[in-house]
Design a protein around this ligand. Structure first.
Ligand SMILES: [Zn+2]
Length: 255
């Protein structure tokens, strides 16, 4: 079975699990066309333009049956499957194309380690991941807060690409979806503790749910700014209020 077919089967399964039956049936149509006629063109064109697959986001507001934590994790799995489906539809039988895109996913930087083994040995102290943990920070008193959802999104962005590559190699994508939905990801509990601890040590409050802040809850200032914390590994995991730039090195982020 081609990776393209496995990707469509997994997308359909995921969409059924999160209660998105209409989206699931669109994917089923593409799958049947591929199986009966070897035709992937329908799947390919459905990524372009308005109200297409590119607009599909797993979200509670779309009526999907997921918790906030599941939304962060399965949402990341789904966007990765969209990426695979879109590119593999170019030529689903071309195994070089498969390898190219799997390698692209495998090349995604990870700080928290290479899940599912969650090995903590990292090659350099300079790697940083994704967009960092998004926080709101008061420009006047430096009060900072983020939400559990932001922490989960940060972790999922870091860990899911590695999980996906392992699952592709084991031809086990459906099981990955089930494990992610069940929250059964090896090492994630430890990773979560590390991230939360690092946030605590930098005096970043972690709220249960996200809410927009017009004013700083500590000093009432109206100058709240979005700020990102990168997790980096040096003498242990640290949060740094900087982003690593390969040409300029570490730079402060204020925007
Ligand atoms: Zn303040």
């Amino acid at each position: 079975m081609t990776l393209f077919e496995q990707t469509l089967i997994t997308m359909e399964h995921l969409l059924i699990q999160v209660n998105a039956p209409r989206w699931a049936s669109r994917i089923r149509e593409d799958l049947e066309l591929w199986r009966s006629k070897g035709d992937a063109s329908q799947h390919r064109v459905r990524y372009g333009g308005h109200s297409t697959y590119s607009d599909w986001v797993i979200h509670r507001q779309n009526g999907h049956d997921v918790s906030e934590t599941q939304q962060a994790w399965i949402g990341r799995v789904f966007s990765q499957l969209q990426y695979l489906g879109q590119f593999l539809a170019e030529d689903p039988s071309d195994q070089r194309l498969e390898r190219k895109h799997v390698n692209a996913i495998a090349g995604t930087r990870s700080v928290l380690g290479n899940a599912p083994a969650m090995e903590w040995s990292l090659e350099t102290a300079e790697r940083s991941c994704g967009e960092g943990v998004r926080t709101e920070r008061c420009a006047d008193c430096a009060y900072s807060e983020t939400s559990r959802m932001e922490v989960e999104t940060f972790m999922a962005d870091d860990v899911v690409p590695g999980l996906l590559v392992s699952a592709i190699r084991r031809q086990d994508l459906i099981r990955l979806v089930d494990r992610v939905l069940a929250g059964r990801i090896k090492g994630v509990g430890d990773a979560r503790r590390i991230v939360l601890e690092a946030l605590r040590s930098e005096n970043v409050d972690v709220t249960a749910t996200w809410r927009p802040r017009d004013r700083c809850p500590a000093c009432e200032s109206s100058d709240m700014r979005v700020f990102r914390w990168d997790l980096a590994y040096g003498a242990g995991f640290q949060l740094l209020p900087w982003r690593y730039n390969h040409t300029a090195g570490w730079q402060e982020t204020t925007g």
